[in-house]
Structures are given as structure tokens and as C-alpha cells.
Write a protein that binds this ligand. Structure first.
Ligand SMILES: *[C@@H]1O[C@H](CO)[C@@H](O)[C@H](O)[C@H]1NC(C)=O
Ligand SMILES: *[C@@H]1O[C@H](CO)[C@@H](O)[C@H](O)[C@H]1NC(C)=O
Ligand SMILES: *[C@@H]1O[C@H](CO)[C@@H](O)[C@H](O)[C@H]1NC(C)=O
Ligand SMILES: *[C@@H]1O[C@H](CO)[C@@H](O)[C@H](O)[C@H]1NC(C)=O
Ligand SMILES: *[C@@H]1O[C@H](CO)[C@@H](O)[C@H](O)[C@H]1NC(C)=O
Ligand SMILES: *[C@@H]1O[C@H](CO)[C@@H](O)[C@H](O)[C@H]1NC(C)=O
Ligand SMILES: *[C@@H]1O[C@H](CO)[C@@H](O)[C@H](O)[C@H]1NC(C)=O
Ligand SMILES: *[C@@H]1O[C@H](CO)[C@@H](O)[C@H](O)[C@H]1NC(C)=O
Length: 900
């Protein structure tokens, strides 16, 4: 059977297109002093690890010990024995990604050099293939990126770069190369710069029966008349625009045909594309689609995710000469940066400009986090890993991830998973925290890269936005800005981010918006016929009281963590956070037993906050200790790993609640994406999920505070003002009650005169809004309140309907407030009792003796799973019944309930 299907497969491949997947080839990897079996896609470190030559590069201090690997050249070679060598064939080598500096030879002849990890490379090797007398050997000699870039930098114009500090080989000059910038170290990442064929590669042979190969495809689905960055008219029909990049020779008067089926294979339409246009390397065309034929795609929580299978055929006469398949969705998504209207101001929104997303014409609250590369080595990131991670995102009530630059553009299969799961991906070009060279050869690289990427991922409904890069405008405005005489730096910034990259977006797609930088003060005007379509606002504001931008703020002074006045006021929070330790389980996988203490050499080595290679007067060790001390200050006198996680979770909860409350404040905050979702190695970082998938306390608490309807108490320690608020991001009002229960740490209600009184207060909160349900002043109104023995529990219960599906639902939420820090509170033994229902993954946790703060259930090493709730609080006599889930999301099992 196996043989038969193999033959059938070959036969099918032969009639359509002769494509030889280089991933199936027997590769050899040769380094300075060693030869081992290689693979593709892969990187030298991975193949050396697989061959047992090196240990795990992420273990202990191996990253430093293995620097020789990244300082060496590595050659990948293979023989393409099944190459067709007749005169009929034209032959192409196509690499979807090479990391990064490679010199390529085929049949012992030089083919070309590469210097950009982020673009597709393709070479016409027809003549060489025909005349190849020896065996058709392909070899790629990868140079040391760290060495090469240092040479480039030394020979080029020195760039001003505040982030670089002392230029050592590992840290110097990453902005001079188009390679994953975090390979050169970041404050949560080791400095490991891999090399190899990191994306799929193939040989394609074309002949008269199959004269073209589609190497990249753009599908743009938008509302008729839609323009980038502007909310479209939702009553318009869909335009389905296709543009294919092909290699080979397309017969004149070829045509395009589209077939659309729904996910179950039901026929939707079958039509020739109109307005076709054909050039020497692209063919394009479009059709108009009646909106009644298709259902809208929504992010998770706001509706369903219908997807459609699109097949595009290139026809010559009746004959199909090439065909591609893409899964698509129908939605509009816009980051609305337009001026706040008078109508909005009448709703209490401060003047300035908007900064919020709208899906299918509805504004929504973006809840999520920042995605960093899930591994130092992308070729080993597999579907299981991403599905587990994205499942956590969905269970965690998040609907958006910011795909941070500067990792790498996500492969299409990851967008596919996001499409299925309903996770919006705010996507960035790979430029970060630096000034980038802007001479013509670099500009050509940026253009090639951006065009390839924009066209490659545009059909995914999960694509939410393109962004030029990370924190660029903020840096420009803080350090280099001079509006009177725009210097070279500003000019270059504008050229790359406000002319070139935006051009790559606007000229290819109408469905997606663009901003030049993750932090952005927005634009003064939008003019599609200008070379700089967005005229940036910069500091050109209308004065105090006007709000324009998103925020990106860190405060490492732990004493300010719960001072709400220290939080920024903005329309959208793009980054914020504080580091915590990974669990001891992660450490055990990453360092030896005798290093498992808080200031061991290896713990210090893995901590990169503050980043290594920083100011010349501080050693890497001193920089690490400085960061670790901030964490210590936050949790003094407590058990180390876990307590840093509690502090982190508490701090983020406070920030997330603050931003969500902002939806009903003049700033009209409509998004909070915390830094950072996950980790690529065991280290003290801002992450909420550890490298093996284990959830930190933060992830559980973010899941809680990201629920649609929540309550939270806000305390101003300067004034003593205490307020309880209800926040909702549903699309219609929610009515219910807020029950305020004051108690001491033993769990008994506070009693006596001059004590706050427990009560139940009715509330109604509007669509995507917040409302204050209670206000008091603890310093003025309750003179003899013992702060160290007082607690407020707020129970919210409200009736609402789910967006789009309009199902009635009662939303419940519990939160606790303690006016004194836990370190000084009169905490009593809560006498926790845990029971387990035999044969099930259900637990019951009860507090018999007092109020239990931060109740934590642990699971052993090696199981991929999570509890339905964890890190929660329990009032005396109350119980919680967390369920442990090891499988993919099973919503029925997540319901909770204290029965087995
Ligand atoms: C792979 O190549 C090596 C070296 O050329 C050879 O010894 C080995 O047999 C090959 N393996 C396969 C599966 O073709
Ligand atoms: C290869 O060379 C590097 C650097 O000189 C050295 O660290 C490594 O141990 C060598 N490996 C082998 C297998 O000889
Ligand atoms: C790296 O880590 C492994 C554990 O995977 C260890 O056995 C090895 O000796 C370490 N060192 C190097 C240089 O690979
Ligand atoms: C190392 O690789 C680079 C980039 O491909 C190449 O230019 C250089 O010649 C190589 N050096 C050696 C010694 O192979
Ligand atoms: C939020 O609710 C308040 C109180 O009902 C209302 O005045 C305000 O206009 C609402 N805000 C928005 C943006 O709808
Ligand atoms: C996927 O990657 C994980 C590590 O993240 C690994 O444990 C697992 O075995 C891989 N699965 C497959 C099918 O390769
Ligand atoms: C807390 O009170 C002080 C003093 O009135 C005030 O300046 C500050 O804005 C308040 N903070 C918040 C977040 O309301
Ligand atoms: C390094 O120099 C800066 C600026 O002069 C100073 O603030 C800092 O304390 C110094 N750091 C160390 C570790 O000496």
C-alpha cells in the first residue's frame, strides 16, 4: 500500500509540476573541523546538537561556551540525484528563507550570495543544470553573521545607535543586517546567532506543459472602495483581488480562474477573474463577490471564524498551467487613527485622535500580549508547540497578539492556526530600537523583503495591521528629533518607515492598515497620492487635554507598582510589565542542581535585564545583578521564584484593570497588550508562559482580568480614595449587582461603628465601557480602620449577551482588595483543604480557617497542561474547583463546578 501511494504521488507531481522538495534530501553539514548529517529546514546548531557534537545550546552557560559555532562557516550540501536534465527543462532553485549570509554553488559553479534572512531567494540555474557534467551537487556556505556584520559596520558609515553600547562582536551592529535582531541578544534572550536553510527550499523544473511556477501569491479581500487605514463602508460588496508572482514564461493571453468552497467543501463560486493584467513576472485580476455568499470572520469572543478554500488557476485556453490554494476569510480590520469626532467627544471622549481597532465596522477592546520568537531556533518550532501556545491565548481570553519585531516574520502555517482560532496578529516589520542604514542597497533589500512578506501573508484574516518596527518613533522623538531642521537621521527614518515600507503595504493591499512604529503619535493628514501618505504628527499636538497615542512604559521601581498615578494615560497600551522568575521546574531543565539558588552564577547568566553588552563601565554580571535586585526589592523576605511571579501577576492585574477602566474614561483606552506572552529559554523575564508551556501566575490572573465583565477596586494611597468599578467589553449593556463584602483576614465580616459596611449595589455598564459602582475614602471616613486586617471582596454578577451570537449569559467575577501590602498584613493560616475527585482531573480547594491569598496548585514536570483557575483568592468557607486540562481546549470540561 505504501509503495502504491508513493508512486501515485510521484505521478501526480510529474503531470502538474516538477518540484523537488529539498527538505527530503540527504544533507551534509560541514564546519571548520567536523562533518555531520544535516537537514533542511534547519540550522547548524540543531544539526550539531542532533549529532551529539554539542549539548543543548540553551542549557546553563552553553550559549557562551558554544560561541565558536556562530563564529564559524557552515556548509550545507546535498546531491539532487533526481534532477531532470533534458533540454526541455528550465530549472530554478527557490529558497523561502536562508539565514543569512550564504554563498551558493550548484554543480561546482557559483550561483549567488544572499544577505537577507527575511526574503525568498530564487535563482535560474537552467544552463548549469543542462551542462552539469558532475553529479548535481548543491552547496550553501553560510558565513558567521556576527563576524560579517562587524566587518560591514567597520567599513560603512557609523550609525548612531543608543542601544548598542560597547561594540563587541556579539552585540555590534545588528541593524546592518537583515537577520533576526534578537539573535544578537535581548533583555529576555541569549545571544545565539544561528545559520542555515531555515525555511523550506525546492528545485522547480518547468517545461512546455508546465511553463510557470507561482512562487508567491497575494490575495486581497476588501470592501469596494476601501482604502488603507480608513474604516470602510460595510454595505459595499467584497472585492477579491489576486496577484501571482511567477517564475518561467507565461503564455500571452493566459487567464485566471477562482474557485471558492467553504470549509466543509460546499461550493460557493467558480468564476474567471476580471481585469486581468499580465507582466513578465506577475499576473493579476479581480472579481466582485456578493456579501450574501459568504459569512464574516470574527476574532475569538466576538463571533465565529468561517474560512474558505480558494483555488486560483492560471489557464491558457482550457488548459490549467498552474494552480495555488489558499485558505481565506472575509473581514475588514482597521486601526482607526482618525480624529476624535464631536459625537465621540459628546460621549466623554477626550479630543485628539483615536487609536483602536475595528473589525467588520465594530470597535472592540484588544486584549492580549506580545509574542516573541517561541524558540531561538525557528526550524524546530512545530505545530504542537504553536497550537498549545495559541490554545492558552484563547483560554486566557486574549484576542490579539503583537508579533514583535525583531524576531522573524511568522510562517504562513502559524497565521493559518491564528485564522482558525480567531487570534488577531498585529504584525511588524523586523526593525527595532535602532537607526537603520538607508543607502540604496539596503533600501532595495527592505523593499524586496517587505513586498514579499506583505504579499505572502495578506490573505490571512488574522492579519490585523502592519507596523514599521518597534518603538522607533519614540526613540526618534526622544533622542534625535529637531522639527526645525530635520537632520539626516529623521530623514532616513521617514524614508524607510513613512515612504518605503508604507509603500510596500499600500501598493499591494487595500485591506490592511500601516503605522510606522509600535508607538505612534499618529498622523496629521492622510494623502494617498503623496510619497509620504501619512504626515506624522510627532510633537505637533493641540495641547494638554488632547490624547493621541498608544503607550509603552516600564517602571522598575517596585515601590511604585501599585501607584495608579504612575501608569500612563493613552488610547491603547502596547507594552508594559515587570520581570519574574520562571518556576523551579523550568530552572531544573536549564541548569544543574547545584545552581538552583537565587544568585547562582547560572541564574545570573540567564538574566539579561539589564541587557548584556550595555554601558562600558558595567560588566554583564553587574548588569544582571542590577535587574535581579529590582525583583528582590519587589518581594523582599519571600520565597523566591514563586513570589516574584505573584508580584508580577499582582502588578499586571493592576495595570490591566487600569487600562480596561480607561475604556470609560476620556482616554477611551481600547487595548492592552502586555509584555510578553512566552519565553524562549529559562530566565527571569516578563513572560507569562514558561519555555515548556507552563503557565506562570501572571497568565492565570491575566485570564481572569481579561474576562468580558470584571470588577476591580482602585485605591489612591495618596488621598485614601477607594473606588470599585465594573468594566465590560461586550457590545451591549450589562446590568447586575456588585456585592461588596468587608472582612478581616480570619474571614469574619468587619463590624462596629466606623467600619465600612458590606452592601449590594446595582449597576449597569454600557457597551465597551466602565462604570464606578462605589466610592469611599479610607483615610477620612474610617478613622480607626486596621488596614493590616481589612479586606474587601467584590462579587460582580451581571446579565448580558455575547457579541454576535447574542446568547444570554450571566457574567460573574470576584476580586479582592487589601489596603495594606501582604508583607505587613495580618495574614492567618487559611487552613486550605484540597480534595481530588478520583479518576477525574477535578479538584476542590476550600479555605477553612481564613482568607487565602494567591492559592496555587502545582503540576509536575513533563505534563503539558493547565488548571481552569489558579493563583486565586478564597474567602473563608468558600471553595473553588479547578479542573486540570492536559488536552487541547475542551470547553465542556472547562465549566468548573464542584462535582466529579
Ligand atoms: C546520505 O549521504 C551519505 C553521504 O553521502 C551516505 O553515506 C548515506 O548513505 C546517505 N543516506 C541516504 C539515506 O541516502
Ligand atoms: C571545533 O573547533 C572549536 C573551536 O576551535 C572547538 O571548540 C570544538 O571543540 C571543535 N570541535 C571538534 C569536534 O573538534
Ligand atoms: C551543554 O549542555 C549539555 C546538557 O544538554 C551538557 O551536557 C554539555 O556539556 C554542555 N556544554 C556544551 C559545550 O555543549
Ligand atoms: C564564509 O561564508 C561567507 C558567506 O557565505 C563567504 O563569503 C566566505 O567566503 C566563507 N569563508 C570560508 C572560509 O568559507
Ligand atoms: C460610557 O458610559 C457613560 C455612562 O453611561 C456614558 O456617559 C459614556 O458616553 C459612555 N462612553 C462611551 C464611549 O460610550
Ligand atoms: C514539537 O516540539 C516540541 C518541543 O517544543 C517537542 O517536544 C515535540 O516532540 C515536537 N513534536 C513533533 C511532532 O515533532
Ligand atoms: C491620586 O490622588 C492624587 C492627589 O489628589 C492625584 O493627583 C492623582 O491623580 C490620583 N491618582 C489617580 C490615578 O487618580
Ligand atoms: C556607569 O556610568 C554611569 C554614568 O556615568 C553611572 O550612572 C553608573 O552608575 C556607572 N555604573 C557603574 C556600574 O559603575
Amino acid at each position: 500500500m505504501k509503495t502504491l501511494s508513493y508512486i501515485l504521488l510521484l505521478a501526480r507531481a510529474a503531470v502538474s509540476q516538477n518540484v523537488i522538495d529539498l527538505g527530503n534530501k540527504n544533507w551534509t553539514l560541514t564546519g571548520p573541523n567536523i562533518t555531520v548529517p544535516g537537514s533542511a529546514p534547519s540550522q547548524a546548531h540543531l544539526d550539531l546538537f542532533a549529532a551529539g557534537v554539542i549539548g543543548d545550546p540553551l542549557y546553563g552557560e552553553n550559549d557562551t561556551e558554544l560561541l565558536w559555532v556562530q563564529r564559524s562557516n557552515w556548509t550545507y550540501s546535498t546531491v539532487i540525484s533526481n534532477l531532470g536534465q533534458t533540454e526541455d527543462f528550465s530549472t530554478w532553485l527557490i529558497f523561502d528563507g536562508l539565514d543569512t549570509f550564504a554563498s551558493i554553488e550548484f554543480c561546482n559553479q557559483f550561483i549567488g550570495n544572499t544577505d537577507n534572512q527575511f526574503r525568498q531567494w530564487y535563482f535560474d540555474v537552467t544552463d548549469i543544470a543542462r551542462s552539469c557534467k558532475d553529479e548535481p551537487k548543491l552547496s550553501l556556505n553560510f558565513g558567521s553573521a556576527t563576524k560579517i556584520v562587524k566587518e560591514i559596520a567597520e567599513n560603512g558609515d557609523p550609525l548612531l545607535n543608543s542601544a548598542d553600547g560597547a561594540p563587541t562582536e556579539e552585540f555590534c551592529c545588528k541593524e546592518y543586517m537583515r537577520k533576526e535582531q534578537s539573535d544578537f541578544g535581548w533583555d529576555w534572550a541569549p545571544k545565539i546567532a544561528p545559520a542555515g536553510i531555515w525555511q523550506p527550499a525546492r528545485v522547480v523544473q518547468l517545461d512546455s506543459a508546465s511553463p510557470v511556477y507561482v512562487r508567491n501569491a497575494l490575495i486581497d479581500i476588501f470592501r469596494k472602495g476601501q482604502m488603507n487605514n480608513i474604516p470602510p463602508d460595510q454595505s459595499q460588496p467584497w472585492i477579491f483581488n489576486v496577484s501571482l508572482d511567477y517564475l518561467g514564461t507565461l503564455p500571452r493571453e493566459s487567464s485566471l480562474h477562482v474557485f471558492l468552497d467553504d470549509a466543509r467543501g460546499k461550493f460557493i463560486l467558480d468564476r474567471p477573474l476580471e481585469n486581468t493584467y499580465q507582466s513578465t513576472n506577475t499576473i493579476e485580476g479581480s472579481i466582485t463577490i456578493d456579501p450574501k455568499l459568504v459569512d464574516l470572520w470574527w476574532p475569538i469572543g466576538l463571533g465565529s471564524q468561517p474560512l474558505y478554500k480558494a483555488t486560483i488557476k492560471i489557464l491558457h485556453g482550457e488548459k490549467t498551467i498552474s494552480e495555488i490554494n489558499r485558505r481565506v476569510g472575509f473581514r475588514t480590520v482597521v486601526l482607526n487613527l482618525l480624529p476624535v469626532t464631536e459625537e465621540q467627544q459628546a460621549q466623554g471622549i477626550a479630543p485628539g485622535s483615536n487609536f483602536h481597532f475595528e473589525v467588520n465596522g465594530h470597535e472592540f477592546y484588544a486584549k492580549g500580549s506580545n509574542l516573541v520568537p517561541p524558540d531561538v531556533f525557528w526550524p524546530r518550532v512545530n505545530e504542537t508547540k504553536i497550537r498549545n501556545l495559541f490554545e492558552a491565548v484563547v483560554v486566557g481570553n486574549q484576542n490579539m497578539l503583537r508579533v514583535w519585531s525583531s524576531g522573524a516574520y511568522l510562517p504562513s502555517w502559524i497565521y493559518d492556526i491564528a485564522d482558525e482560532m480567531g487570534i488577531f496578529l498585529w504584525s511588524e516589520f523586523e526593525f527595532s530600537d535602532a537607526e537603520y542604514p538607508a543607502n540604496s542597497s539596503y533600501l532595495a533589500q527592505y523593499e524586496e523583503e517587505a513586498t514579499y512578506q506583505v504579499r505572502r501573508v495578506n490573505h490571512h484574516p488574522s492579519l490585523a495591521l502592519w507596523v514599521g518596527g518597534n518603538e522607533l518613533e519614540q526613540i526618534m522623538l526622544s533622542y534625535f528629533f529637531d522639527p526645525e531642521s530635520p537632520g539626516t537621521l529623521l530623514r532616513e527614518y521617514e524614508h524607510i518607515f513613512l515612504e518605503l515600507l508604507i509603500g510596500a503595504v499600500y501598493s499591494n493591499t487595500k485591506s490592511i492598515g500601516y503605522i510606522p512604529s509600535s508607538t505612534y503619535n499618529g498622523f496629521l493628514s492622510l494623502n494617498f497620492s503623496s510619497t509620504m501618505p501619512q504626515l506624522p504628527r510627532y510633537h505637533n499636538t493641540s495641547g494638554p487635554g488632547y490624547i493621541y497615542a498608544d503607550t509603552d512604559t516600564y517602571n522598575y521601581d517596585a515601590s511604585q507598582a501599585f501607584n495608579l498615578s504612575s501608569y500612563p494615560i493613552g488610547r491603547f497600551a502596547t507594552e508594559f510589565g515587570f520581570i519574574s522568575m520562571p518556576s523551579v521546574y523550568s530552572w531544573k531543565q536549564a541548569i544543574p542542581y547545584d545552581q538552583l539558588f537565587m544568585s547562582s552564577d547560572m541564574v545570573i547568566h540567564h538574566n539579561r535585564h539589564y541587557p548584556f553588552g550595555g554601558p562600558a563601565n558595567a560588566t554583564d554580571r553587574e548588569l544582571s545583578v542590577l535587574g535581579l535586585e529590582e525583583m528582590t526589592a519587589a518581594v523582599q523576605n519571600c520565597a523566591w521564584c514563586w513570589t516574584t511571579q505573584v508580584f508580577q501577576a499582582d502588578y499586571y492585574t493592576s495595570e490591566l484593570a487600569f487600562y480596561r477602566r480607561g475604556s470609560g474614561m476620556p482616554q477611551r483606552n481600547l487595548g492592552s497588550l502586555y509584555w510578553q506572552l512566552e519565553d524562549l529559554w529559562a530566565a527571569p523575564t516578563w513572560s507569562s508562559i514558561e519555555p515548556d508551556g507552563r503557565w506562570k501566575v501572571l497568565f492565570y490572573r491575566a485570564k481572569d482580568i481579561f474576562q468580558p465583565v470584571i470588577g476591580h477596586s482602585f485605591y489612591n494611597s495618596t488621598t485614601g480614595d477607594l473606588e470599585a468599578w465594573v468594566m465590560s467589553d461586550l457590545w451591549s449593556p450589562v446590568s447586575g449587582t456588585a456585592k461588596l463584602s468587608w472582612m478581616d483576614w480570619s474571614g469574619k465580616p468587619l463590624s462596629g461603628s466606623n467600619k465600612p459596611i458590606s452592601k449590594t449595589i446595582p449597576f449597569t455598564v454600557g457597551a465597551i465601557n466602565s462604570t464606578r459602582v462605589f466610592k469611599t475614602n479610607l483615610l477620612r471616613d474610617y478613622i480607626d480602620l486596621d488596614f493590616s486586617n481589612s479586606l474587601l471582596r467584590v462579587d460582580i454578577s451581571g446579565d448580558g449577551v455575547t457579541p454576535n451570537e447574542s446568547q444570554k449569559k450571566t457574567y460573574e467575577h470576584i476580586s479582592f482588595f487589601h489596603p495594606e501590602s501582604l508583607g505587613k498584613a495580618k495574614i492567618q493560616d487559611p487552613k486550605i483543604r484540597v480534595s481530588h475527585f478520583a479518576g477525574a482531573h477535578n479538584f476542590r480547594v476550600e479555605a477553612k480557617g481564613g482568607v487565602a491569598a494567591w492559592v496555587w496548585l502545582d503540576h509536575p514536570l513533563g505534563v503539558q497542561g493547565y488548571f481552569s483557575d489558579n493563583g486565586f483568592w478564597l474567602a473563608r468557607g468558600k471553595q473553588e474547583c479547578p479542573i486540570y486540562s492536559q488536552e487541547r481546549l475542551d470547553k465542556r470540561r472547562m465549566g468548573g463546578g464542584c462535582s466529579s
